[in-house]
Design a protein. Sequence first.
Length: 318
Amino acid sequence: MNIRLRTKKLLWAGVIGASIMLILSTVAGYFFYTKSQEREIKLRDKYRAELSVLNETVAQNEKGWALKQDVERGEIITQEMVEQVTLPAAAKSQDTIEAVSLSSTDRYARADMKAKTVLVETMLYEDEPISDDVREGEYSFIELPTKLKNDDFVDIRIQFPNGDDFIFLSKKKVKEVNGLTMWVNMNEGEQLTMSSAIVDAFVEEAKIYAMPYVDGPMQDASMLTYPVKSNVLELIKSSPNIVNIAQLNLEKQNRQRLDAGLNAIDDETRQKLRQGQSQSDSKREQDDAERELNATNQFDQPNQDDLIGETNEGADAK
């Protein structure tokens, strides 16, 4: 009886032990399988990413040109400022710039651009071509805006006394401006149109003036609207000197308008302005003198610790 009971207990112990081992093995196997699956998924994702990179690299067989440095708006772009880069076919624009075009004509940045920017045609604009008949024109009779600066773009217009207003030169780049005088490049056709407008303004007492563009590099040129009159051309042909006479007359009128504006300031106002300038100069001189005096006193004044030391020495001597 005892042997049978002992055997039964041993059998139950063996079954329980086997069950526990089976459960432990199952749990361990499940965790091992899960980890293996995770490693396999990660490895598969890694291979897919590497394959995608390789496919993109293979697809990058297009060429483009990118900036090697930052450029500011209006700055000229040269071949030394760009480098060749490879681009995916899907990323290449139809108007990607070619480096060879940078050497044929001067190209300027329409806006500020950072290094590594891939250049396209719409980012740049060309300077007006320099043909054999282009000359630098100097004009002092054109009424100029007060804020006009070098490298601005302007339309040159003519306004008649009846209110008619025409554009006869479109989007001209101002090479230099100094007071009432402006310098621009002009080809032969533009010089002839200018001569016609000068004579027209002289005969009809019209006004020739410049109107600047708000954003010259980005804006398109205006359409020319000035009809060159045949009778004016005939007048120029019959008397070529009439252009010089008319130009001098317009310059004189332009100066007279400036003098009239200056003379419009009455003597009392002019005297007040001069007194204000004089008082301002006197005040500035007085402030400078006070600063110099304070600086001198600061260096000449004896040190307070030295004074205390001298006083103590005198007291000990007594």
